[in-house]
Design a protein around this ligand. Structure first.
Ligand code: BGC
Length: 594
């Protein structure tokens, strides 16, 4: 049995479920905090903010690529997998980041881009110069660009083909993404070995998890479409076996933007596992659809699907990240509707998606931002926040590509939002200065000083989530409601009889959300819960118990929600005895009044 790697990694508390119970936070090193005033964020800057992240309640920091790179794709174009980008610091700085994070009981998950490299990578340079040399077969070369013609193009904004002619080697090379990112040839065992060794290298440095970037595209075949090929799954099973054997407790997270029945394959099975985690791409756009349409139907449908996943596996749920809000997992009609609502200016679009941040997407409506986060924090899976969304940061759609939502973190109303002391003109990305999201009022310092701020609310809801194992470990069961705008599900946790030391008791929490603009009442069907006592877990107010018919009727204000504990009828704890947990912090579902 593994114990979350704690035997190997000093400072961390033992918890084999860390990746199921934790809240993740994606932080772009270059945009977070600049320690040396050169206008670019760095590891020392990030280290100086670990206390903030600990205060916020973050358990896992996800750090996207920080390797040597020409930065033509935000670092996802790696030129050297073992060197860190000089602008970000040194390998020792990275080591210190891991040590300091662990000392605060936070884990570190990094990205490894295994599908492709930058064309600046030494392997590619050698491969194009010397087809018969050791690297000649490291990439997917062809005399014709007419191979794999049924493969879709992912970056439709910039690419016309998945093949580009290399004038030096006088052959075409294959690329699923930008033409400066040649795909590695996974048929070549030497390439597979390199990938294993790179992953070992970073796990040896103490990282707790690896996000496997663009994982569906590793292998190509004539018969398939180059996505989720059987050989890709076979490779992942071997990779997982290596991690379990050599680094027990560390995890693999799959980035597979695929339909539910396909993405679930990336978990493998109990006996033959692949990744511990996979992003839940299908649920995310449906949350945004429900928010604007005021109808729960599409979201409810995807939540009802309840795909079986292995015991050790969990989803990574998210609202936003460093990429566009992808609309690949919705059909065309739905997509056009979402463009109409959320990307009415063509400048807001990128590829098949929308390049905006959470707050601007939701027109800065505090009640919608809270509702979206309350769903995120209660879904089945581990919530992954995107830096800056905890303070409702804005974006800059005048910047190219996905840089729109990669602007510097807004720490204070000072120069460069407290991100850097550099001359403002020197920053790699300018800070947001728009009317509504200007750093002079949207910043950490101001929100820390204001008890009713979004930042404090996000921290509060994460504290509440942490006290209830049902969120990280329980099942999710959608329940019928009498209103088309009201979504309800139970998070049900049976306890862990195998691990009595965990102290986690069985519990059942009803989560109910109203997408309606106007006040609403709905009756929720809760068969099997007749007579259970009902407590709001933010303020421990006791509600009417579940009726003898197994129903509960709730009244919602505009875009409000409830998290309600359904306790056994004979529970001794009373509202009064339970209050101290969060008294004085304000309710969670207090909408725009906050
Ligand atoms: C990353 C993107 C990147 C792409 C190609 C992705 O899946 O999330 O940011 O552009 O891989 O490397």
């Amino acid at each position: 049995m593994s114990f979350g790697g704690s035997d190997l990694l000093p400072g961390l508390q033992r918890d084999e479920n860390w990746y199921k119970r934790g809240v993740f936070y994606e932080v772009l090193v270059g945009s977070y905090a600049d320690s040396d005033g050169d206008g670019i964020g760095d590891f020392q800057g990030l280290i100086s903010k670990l206390d903030y992240l600990q205060w916020l309640g973050i358990d896992v920091i996800w750090v996207p690529p920080f390797y040597e790179s020409p930065l033509r794709d935000g670092g996802y174009d790696v030129a050297d997998y073992r060197e860190v980008l000089k602008d970000f610091g040194t390998l020792d700085d990275f080591r210190e980041l891991v040590t300091q994070a662990h000392a605060r009981n936070m884990r570190v998950l990094i990205d490894i881009v295994i599908n492709h490299t930058s064309d600046q990578h030494e392997w590619f340079q050698q491969s194009r110069q010397d087809p018969d040399g050791p690297y000649g077969d490291y990439y997917v070369w062809s005399d014709t660009d007419e191979k794999y013609e049924n493969y879709r193009i992912i970056f439709v904004d910039t690419e016309e083909s998945n093949w580009t002619f290399d004038p030096e080697r006088r052959q075409y090379f294959f690329h699923r993404f930008f033409s400066h990112q040649p795909d590695l040839n996974f048929e070549n065992e030497a390439v597979q070995q390199e990938v294993f060794d790179i992953i070992r290298y970073w796990l040896d440095l103490g990282v707790d998890g690896i996000r496997l970037d663009a994982v569906p595209y590793l292998f190509e075949s004539e018969e398939g479409n180059g996505e989720s090929e059987p050989a890709t799954h076979e490779f992942l099973r071997r990779l997982r076996a290596m991690v379990d054997e050599e680094y027990p407790g560390r995890v693999l997270l799959a980035e597979a933007n695929q339909w539910p029945h396909e993405v679930v394959e990336y978990f493998g099975t109990d006996d033959d596992p692949e990744c511990h985690m996979a992003f839940d791409f299908p649920t995310m756009p449906r949350i945004f659809y429900a928010l604007r349409s005021q109808y729960k139907a599409e979201l409810e449908e995807v939540l009802r699907e309840q795909l079986e996943i292995p015991r050790d596996a969990t989803w990574g749920v998210f609202l936003r990240n460093h990429d566009e809000l992808t609309l690949e997992m919705v059909d065309e009609e739905y997509r056009q509707t979402m463009y109409g609502w959320y990307a009415y200016d063509p400048r807001m679009r990128a590829n098949v998606g929308i390049r905006r941040r959470l707050a601007p997407l939701l027109e800065n409506s505090l009640s919608e931002i809270k509702l979206a986060n309350a769903i995120l924090m209660s879904l089945k899976g581990s919530p992954i926040l995107y830096y800056g969304d905890e303070i409702g940061m804005g974006d800059n759609i005048w910047l190219p590509d996905r840089d729109a939502s990669r602007t510097p973190m807004q720490w204070s109303p000072d120069r460069n939002a407290g991100f850097s002391t550099a001359d403002p003109g020197k920053l790699r990305h300018p800070v947001v200065q728009s009317l509504v999201y200007n750093y002079q009022h949207v910043n950490v310092e101001a929100q820390m000083a204001q008890p009713s701020s979004l930042l404090r609310w996000v921290r509060n809801i994460m504290q509440v989530r942490r006290q209830h194992p049902a969120f990280g470990l329980g099942d999710l069961h959608v329940r019928d409601t009498t209103h088309e705008s009201v979504l309800a599900y139970l998070r049900d946790y049976a306890g862990e009889p195998e691990h009595p030391h965990s102290g986690d008791k069985p519990e059942r929490i009803l989560c109910a959300f109203s997408f309606a603009e106007t006040p609403t009442q709905a009756t929720i069907s809760l068969p099997g819960n007749e007579g259970r006592r009902v407590f709001d877990i933010f303020g421990w107010q006791e509600f009417e118990p579940v009726s003898d018919e197994g129903t509960i009727t709730l009244t919602f204000g505009s875009k409000q929600f409830y998290w309600l504990l359904l306790a056994e009828p004979d529970t001794v704890s009373t509202a009064t005895s339970a209050i101290p947990i969060i008294r004085g912090l304000g309710g969670a579902n207090d909408g725009d009044a906050a």
